[in-house]
Design a protein around this ligand. Structure first.
Ligand code: CDP
Length: 806
């Protein structure tokens, strides 16, 4: 070795592999305005479509008169349900086994429902056209309160389902009932409650909110009449699934459908489902033979395409007097709006809500979920969440604080007492999951030490005394959240979408010069996949990450995958990448053995190539092996160096975290200040610490928004009153608190590189931390549970109701 020979550290650093804070390669185009989004797609002769929407939440559609609209210059067609019926597309299947009107068919069931689609030569003409379509409605009584949906005299919403005693998920109890889902042992749980020394019961609501990505949902559909091929550019988190769904419902051969998801400006679950806009644009393109673009505006996005949460969770815990939990009972009333369009794996009507036992060793638990229809927009998407995990974490983390309050125990101490212990992993929960790995006590203690938790509690006690003496008008809250996520849907044995198992895929092709391309079944919406996927390959095969191009979102070139949502990309596709890379490495080893004239077993992998064991100077770099793969492979071996992997994970991964929020609230104004927010995340092996930090910052900001004000609210007659960013809380850098991040590493034992997902964790853990902080601040005034969102007005109202404000 001479002075110029790179050291091991230098060789490793040159790869920019796993563990490296590699800068995001996609940001070169994003920060210079060079991204290519759906709205950048401009095809020759392209037309534009826009919707006529219902002002009523519940009404009969008596007549649609398009004659004046068709006179508007540029307007070419007005599509209604009657038009769609001619191609059997007036209704479409939902991911949850229900059906949904594409355009109002006889009735409207929520405000801003799509009634007619106006197609014009430009967007302005389409907008002028929609204002000229005259729709005659006969208003019907609206059903807004989910708690009244199964009343005897409740208006029946879904006339198409009247008399149907069962739906996609079993028996229905009422015309407005969708399903009842139960899990756990009822008898054992009842017995635990019967002999409980201490019990708590609280109705904990997680309000309706919305993912609101920067870029709304949109598409361009282009039908080639000569070839009979349909190309769809769209904001799709799962492009392959969209292709299959289009093939099934439009009855087009799947090979003639090309789905392209270009750059996407945020998804957060909003871009998983299929929306009427996609169907209408496709039909309009097939009818006109021209490309048709549909771009949702902000109000449409907030009020119509999807919602998240809207779970009302009556929660009971049984415990011993010294704080050991003995049973959990939860009943959820789930408001699904007008159609059950929840984006969950097929067999899970309430997603993975049965992770509601959280991080605690509950000997028994029982859960029942009732889904109901109301006159609200459909959706139920996993807003930065793995299928209702966020609701579950909020439910249990609030309930544990309520129990701690009842027991007069510190909430941290209560949690430490009930955590699943490290030696219990793999842990089988009372509601059916197998947690892969965890060390909750270490994470919690690290959080407590780093934040100076004991000193903060002391300060809080002093402040409370000062408040009682009238020396301050501020109350201080400490909000703990210790969450366990469940991400990586999922094992094919229990997770599918419309019958397609939820595996994921990667295809790697190495080129002769030591460069390569990786094509994926996932689709980044800002998570930085182009950066991190190359890092996995770099470490696995010893080729610099900079030499690997990552491509996603084109169904013609990418292997079939189930897409990106629910933090499934790293647990599933990340594993597929490692497995494909290992196939490449295995072939590379055979080539190296042949070229170095030794047996394969005499070789060892050494950072960026293979070395003969015991003969360090006999080395062949991966770069040279790539070249050799195209000109001197062993006799009988096929040339080339490429591999594909379709990975069906054996289990989910279970990331976790310990969060603490320190908040001061002025009781006279309700104004809060987030003094500190500390977030410790454990996502197993960390691929890119900088990207993880970015994911945590983004997720916490969304958690802050949701807990402290972001809400889709309806008035008592069904009008959406938070339909724009004037009313819907969208925090900017001004309101957003400072985030302190930290980590522990507990690898997943079944994932090829030990990684767990992370993207959803901060939202899952963040919301209860904020809400617990507010509740903790007010608890000494006698409150047990204050519902979210905790905006200034509600904080002031809480203080007033508790007698702290005159
Ligand atoms: O499915 P989605 O991409 O939204 O979520 P994820 O799998 O949690 O990954 C989000 C981003 O964080 C990706 O760029 C991952 O590669 C990165 N990540 C990481 O660097 N290390 C982990 N252990 C998990 C995720």
């Amino acid at each position: 070795m001479n002075d110029l020979t790179p050291t091991r550290e230098q060789r490793e650093a040159a790869l920019e592999g796993m563990g490296c804070k590699r800068k995001r390669v996609e940001d070169i185009r994003f920060t210079q305005g060079k991204g290519n989004y759906v709205d950048d797609v401009k095809l020759p002769g392209m037309l534009h479509g826009d919707f006529v929407r219902s002002p009523h939440p519940h009404a009969r559609v008596k007549k649609i008169d398009d004659s004046e609209a068709l006179k508007v210059p540029g307007v070419l067609a007005v599509i209604t349900a009657e038009t769609l019926k001619t191609v059997n597309l007036a209704w479409m299947p939902t991911l949850a086994g229900d059906v949904q009107m594409v355009l109002a068919d006889g009735k409207v069931l929520f405000q801003n429902q799509e009634v007619a689609f106006v197609v014009a030569t430009d967007r302005y003409a389409a907008d002028d056209g929609i204002n000229k379509v005259i729709v005659e409605y006969e208003p019907l009584p609206p059903l807004v309160d989910p708690f009244k949906s199964m009343d005897k005299d409740a208006p029946v919403l879904r006339e198409d389902l009247v008399g149907k005693t069962s739906g996609a998920h079993g028996p229905r109890k009422h015309d407005n009932h969708i399903f009842e889902w139960t899990v756990g042992d009822k008898e054992l749980t009842d017995a635990a409650f019967n002999k409980a020394e201490v019990k708590i019961k609280e109705m904990i609501s997680y309000h309706r909110t919305h993912p609101s990505p920067l870029e709304t949902c949109q598409c361009v559909c282009s039908f080639d009449k000569i070839k009979g091929e349909l190309t769809i550019y769209g904001t799709f988190q799962a492009p392959h699934v969209i292709r299959t769904v289009v093939a099934l419902i439009a009855k087009l051969p799947e090979q003639k459908i090309h789905v392209i998801a270009p750059d996407i400006g945020g998804g957060f679950g909003n871009k998983v489902g299929a929306y009427p806009g996609y169907i209408c644009a496709a039909v309009a393109s097939i009818v006109t033979g021209k490309p048709v673009k549909w771009v949702e505006d902000r109000i449409e996005n907030l009020t119509a395409t999807s919602f998240a949460r809207d779970y009302h969770m009556t929660t009971e815990i049984a415990a011993t007097r010294d704080g050991k939990v003995t049973g959990l009972r939860v009943h959820v009333l789930a408001d699904h709006g007008a159609f059950d369009a929840c984006a969950d794996p097929s067999k899970w009507p309430a997603g993975f809500f049965n992770i509601v036992t959280g991080s605690y060793d509950f000997p028994t638990a029982h859960l029942a979920v009732d889904g109901v229809y109301t006159n609200k927009a459909p959706g139920g998407v996993a807003y930065r969440c793995s299928f209702r995990v966020t609701e579950a974490a909020y439910c249990i983390e609030r309930a544990m604080d309520i129990l701690a309050q009842k027991l007069k125990m510190d909430p941290a101490e209560l949690r430490l007492k009930n955590f699943i212990r490290p030696e219990q992993f793999p842990y089988h929960s009372a509601l059916g999951w197998e947690y892969d790995s965890g060390d909750y006590h270490s994470a919690m203690r690290k959080m407590m030490e780093t934040t100076g938790y004991a000193a903060l509690r002391k300060e809080q006690a002093e402040k409370r005394e000062a408040f009682k003496r009238g020396e301050t008008r501020e109350v201080m809250g400490l909000g703990i959240s210790f969450f366990t996520e469940i991400v990586g849907a999922g094992p094919s044995k229990n997770c599918d979408i419309l019958g397609i198992a939820m595996f994921d895929s990667c295809e790697i092709r190495m080129h002769p010069t030591g460069a390569g391309i990786a094509r994926m079944g996932t689709k980044s919406q800002g998570q930085g996949h182009e950066t991190t996927w190359a890092q996995i390959i770099a470490t696995e095969i010893g080729i610099p990450a900079d030499n690997i191009m990552v491509e996603e979102g084109n169904t013609d070139t990418a292997p079939y995958g189930l897409g990106t949502y629910g933090s499934r990309s790293t647990p599933v596709a990340g594993a597929a990448i490692a497995m494909a890379a290992r196939k490449i490495k295995a072939k590379a080893q055979m080539i190296a053995a042949y070229r170095l004239e030794v047996h394969e077993d005499d070789l060892e992998f050494d950072i960026d190539g293979f070395r003969v064991k015991g003969l360090p100077e006999k080395f062949m770099s991966m770069k040279d092996i790539c070249w050799a793969a195209y000109n001197s492979v062993p006799p009988g071996m096929e040339p080339g160096l490429e591999a594909v992997s379709y990975y069906d994970p054996p289990n989910m991964t279970y990331p976790f975290g310990a969060y603490l929020c320190v908040m001061d609230i002025d009781v006279d104004t309700g104004v809060y200040k987030v003094r500190r927010f500390y977030a410790l995340d454990d996502c197993g092996t960390r691929i890119n610490p900088m990207i993880i930090e970015g994911q945590v910052h983004g997720g916490l900001t969304e958690a802050f928004a949701i807990a402290m004000g972001q809400e889709i609210r309806y008035d008592e007659v069904g009008n959406v009153v938070t339909g724009s960013f004037m009313d819907f809380f969208m925090p900017t850098a001004v309101e957003t608190p400072h985030w302190e991040t930290d980590f522990t590493v507990t690898p997943s034992p079944h994932h090829p590189i030990g990684a767990k997902g992370v993207g959803e964790s901060p939202n899952v853990g963040g919301v209860p931390a904020f809400s617990n902080a507010v509740n903790d601040a007010f608890s000494f005034l006698g409150s047990t549970h204050i519902q979210m969102p905790h905006d200034f007005w509600r904080n002031w109202k809480a203080a007033k109701d508790l007698g702290a404000v005159a």
